[in-house]
Design a protein around this ligand. Structure first.
Ligand SMILES: *Cc1c(COP(=O)(O)O)cnc(C)c1O
Length: 422
């Protein structure tokens, strides 16, 4: 089936009432048929609902639908994108291990890697996604994961996904792409040899800035890479926390299974059924919305590029972008999502533009139907001085836009008016 059909139907079989819309199963727990049924569910002899920290029928539809869109075999929803990223790391790494992470990642991913997992004894080593010769030297026998973003937030670079997958596969290391900004509509990392995909579904998936959420998607046959692989010995040996279960012997997708059985059980960052339901509504229109976000962002990028007061525009859909070729190669029909940035002369000029727009709101979020303008130097990157800002690729005069779904011409006029004020 094609993507737009999967986005509307995958993972849902109508209940006995014939309910067209996926119902919200707003329940903490589920009744067992009898004690034997209960025992079977806990022993994985039968699959079924136990408790909403582990699974929920509304969330289940969301997971199946998302897995279908990514071309994966299974998925597990989490309370936020950061929970999805942390659980991916925690599912495979322990004290003494390391993970290899792209420098160009979301701020929360950077602090998680640099500071928080360090306190659990897990080291993060950073490579430059624009220079893959920096990647391989970081790998050793304790490396458990290579993590990067397909389309990076906020720097808007495009990763050479196949080249990174190849390095990961040569070393038998699991690879994971944060596909939040590209979405499965533009890019399906699993089809390029990647093992796992994570998302913040708080962005383009919900699409209207309505609900936090995250998801982890697993590729088919991941067990082949894990079985007998000493890096992942804990999937190959009996798990004392689950009566000696050996994950590689279970005929189910084992990465997401272990997140469910061990991490959601013990750490508890499960999604609420209502938020899963909101995400299901978002998925129905995701393919349509991504076309419009991408088309508007390209039109705005072209307008900005031709404006005399704009020094530079960063958007991988522009022919002038150093990422144009990778975007054409990895993103469907060359669509490049709704995120772009541009540079004006000074910090003051950038702030004046942000304050002068009427349709764009000053907000730190992306992927909303409502357009957003951010001045990183005075908000997300406020703590950095001028030199540090340059090094981080965030010059003082940089403005980031998350282009929403308003009329493209209205958005261009709004920016034209604001630029006239500097
Ligand atoms: C927002 C974001 C996250 C974090 O997701 P939350 O849902 O806010 O926890 C992770 N990665 C990327 C690329 C993001 O944009």
């Amino acid at each position: 089936m094609h993507e737009q059909t999967l986005a509307i139907h995958a993972g849902y079989e109508k209940d006995t009432q014939g309910t067209m819309a996926v119902p919200i199963y707003q329940s903490t727990a589920y009744q067992f048929r009898d004690s034997e049924h209960a025992a079977n569910l806990f022993a994985l002899k039968e699959l079924g609902n136990i408790y909403t920290r582990l699974m929920n029928p509304t969330t289940d539809v969301f997971e199946k639908r998302f897995a279908a869109l990514e071309g994966g075999v299974a998925a597990i929803g989490t309370a936020s994108g950061m929970a999805a990223i942390f659980y991916t790391i925690a599912n495979i790494a322990e004290a003494g291990d390391n993970i290899v992470v792209a420098s160009q990642v979301y701020g929360g991913t950077n602090t998680l890697a640099t500071h928080t997992i360090k306190r659990f004894g897990i080291e993060a080593r950073f490579f430059d996604v624009n220079d893959l010769s920096t990647l391989e030297p970081l790998i050793d026998e304790k490396t458990k994961l290579i993590l990067f973003e397909s389309l990076t937030n906020p720097s808007i670079d495009v990763a050479d996904i196949e080249a990174i997958a190849e390095i990961a596969n040569e070393h038998g290391i699991l690879s994971c792409v944060d596909n939040t900004v590209a979405t499965p509509v533009l890019c399906k990392p699993l089809s390029y040899g990647i093992d796992l995909v994570v998302h913040s579904t708080s962005k383009y998936t919900t699409g209207q800035g309505l609900a936090l959420g995250g998801i982890i998607v697993e590729r088919d046959n991941l067990v082949e890479k894990i079985k007998g692989n000493s890096r992942y010995y804990h999937f190959n040996e009996p798990d004392a926390s689950y009566h000696g279960l050996v994950y590689v012997d279970v005929p189910l997708p084992i990465f997401t299974l272990r997140v469910r059985l061990a991490l959601l059980r013990d750490l508890g960052g499960a999604p609420s059924p209502f938020n899963s339901w909101l995400h299901i509504q978002g998925l129905e229109t995701l393919p349509l919305r991504m076309r419009q976000h991408s088309a508007s962002a390209l039109a705005i990028a072209e307008f900005l590029e031709s404006h005399p007061k704009v020094k530079k525009v960063n958007y991988p859909g522009l022919k002038s972008s150093p990422h144009y070729d990778l975007a054409q190669r990895y993103f469907k029909e060359g669509m490049a999502s709704g995120l772009l940035s541009f540079e004006v002369e000074s910090k003051e000029a950038a702030q004046r533009i942000a304050d002068s727009t009427e349709i764009f709101s000053v907000v730190v979020n992306i992927g909303d139907s409502k357009s957003i303008i951010t001045h990183p130097a005075s908000t997300t990157h406020q703590q950095l001085n001028k030199e540090e800002l340059e090094a981080a690729g965030v010059p003082e005069g940089l403005i980031r836009l998350s282009v929403g779904l308003e009329d493209t011409q209205d958005l261009i006029e709004d920016l034209k008016r604001a630029l006239a004020k500097i």
